[in-house]
Ligand binder design. Structure first.
Ligand SMILES: [Cu+2]
Length: 411
């Protein structure tokens, strides 16, 4: 031990503020923003969507191939017809509208190869009212468990969101926030879900906690239309949900993601439970006070920000508090779209990391574990030391860009 004073949080915060400035400067010499979809007229937008749909439909049998993959990976799956007939909403689900098709990563690739003019998220209402967009801290606490059937009716919306004091982004959202709402359910309980699309371009919903035919359930819907499906989570864990409309990279990268936490039937040890969703922000330069998500920049995979719950550094500025002796459980989802989250708590160790569905496959005594994009894991630590513990993406190129927070253990 040496006799130097430990670094103070105020110093760390100052360094982070400097980092923010550096990040902003980093954008200064980038090419000027091209608001591709923002300046398109309705006709050219329809042409784009028609081309994209045609490319999607040009891959026959994809849904069956996906179902086969699901069978192999999971050792059996819920029959999609039965799953979708269990809830009253499922029976009312309309046929997929002509010209709009379910998408997935392979369709995404097909569309991207054919369409290079995907631009930014500055569409429709995503930029309207940006000046009055207020910052709010995204509450990380796991909501109480909704036992029994949970009915969710969400809306896809394009709206500006303030992610820090100086940055407003043109976001595509579920329910007007990034990430979307945290869903908390339990293995075997029923989730009846409806998505209504209020936005100008097609959107969809893909729950990783569901085992269901994606061609039907995860299909895209046009403005004013809805899609409904019902599922029962088979496995406990932290699962991602996201829009799966092509190009998936653009829709996830523009804010359409969140976490669904599936608790096991047998309760885990009592703990203070938090949900952390890591995601990357690839932003254009500001236009009229708004920075749009930039598809070409997403392809470079060099983000401007990496955040926990949609706002870089928010839990540095307003930390998470627990008490000495508390067990803390982080349900961590990595929405990506591209980079892993190497989760670590400075000055602490995870006594338990569940490699698969908790409570099985528990690893003990883990310092850092990575969660891949599209994945989720459950981390636990016993807070038997008081202090201020940064929780970080220990891939520090990402931590430095905002994937960092403070857990304060009050003595
Ligand atoms: Cu979408």
């Amino acid at each position: 031990m040496d006799d130097r004073d430990p670094p103070r949080l105020s110093t760390l915060l100052g360094q982070l503020e400097s980092g923010t400035t550096a990040r902003d400067d980093d954008n200064g010499d980038r090419p000027a923003l091209v608001l591709a979809w923002g300046v398109q007229d309705a006709t050219s937008r329809r042409v784009f969507l028609t081309r994209a749909s045609a490319l999607s439909l040009a891959i026959p049998g994809l849904g069956a191939a996906l179902a086969a993959c699901s069978d192999g990976a999971n050792g059996g799956r819920v029959d999609s017809a039965r799953a979708t007939s269990e809830g009253p909403a499922a029976g009312a689900a309309p046929e997929p509208p002509q010209g709009i098709h379910n998408s997935d990563s392979r369709l995404d690739s097909a569309v991207v190869k054919g369409e290079h003019h995907v631009g930014t998220s500055a569409t429709g209402s995503a930029t309207q009212g940006a000046a009055s967009a207020q910052f709010h801290r995204y509450a990380p606490e796991l909501p109480p468990l909704a036992t029994g059937t949970q009915r969710l009716h969400w809306h896809a919306r394009e709206t500006p969101i303030r992610i820090d004091a100086t940055t407003v982004v043109a976001a595509w959202t579920f329910e007007g926030d990034v990430p979307g709402p945290i869903v908390h359910t339990r293995v075997g309980d029923t989730v009846e879900f409806t998505l209504t699309n209020d936005a100008d371009i097609p959107h969809s919903m893909d729950f990783h906690a569901a085992q269901i035919d994606p061609k039907t359930a995860f299909r895209s819907v046009a403005k004013g239309q809805s899609v409904s499906f019902t599922f029962k989570p088979k496995w406990a864990g932290a699962f991602m949900y996201h829009c799966g409309t092509a190009p998936v990279l653009m829709h996830i990268g523009s804010g359409m993601y969140g976490a669904i936490i599936v608790s096991p039937r047998e309760p885990l040890p009592t703990a203070k439970e938090f949900v952390i969703v890591q995601s990357e922000f690839y932003l254009s330069d500001a236009a009229n006070g708004v920075r749009a998500f930039d598809y070409q920049k997403m392809l470079t995979t060099l983000p401007d920000f990496v955040s926990f719950n949609g706002r870089p550094d928010q839990y540095i500025k307003e930390p998470i508090h627990v008490k000495l002796g508390d067990r803390v459980r982080f349900w961590l989802v990595n929405a990506g779209p591209t980079h892993p989250c190497n989760f670590h708590v400075v000055g602490e160790q995870f006594d338990t990391v569940y490699l698969g569905a908790p409570p099985a496959t528990a690893m003990r005594g883990v310092q850092t574990w990575d969660v891949p994009p599209g994945g989720g894991m459950c981390f636990e630590l016993l807070c038997d030391v008081a202090g201020e513990f940064p929780f970080v993406n220990h891939g520090f190129g990402h931590g430095q860009k905002g994937a960092i927070g403070i857990l304060i253990v009050d003595g």
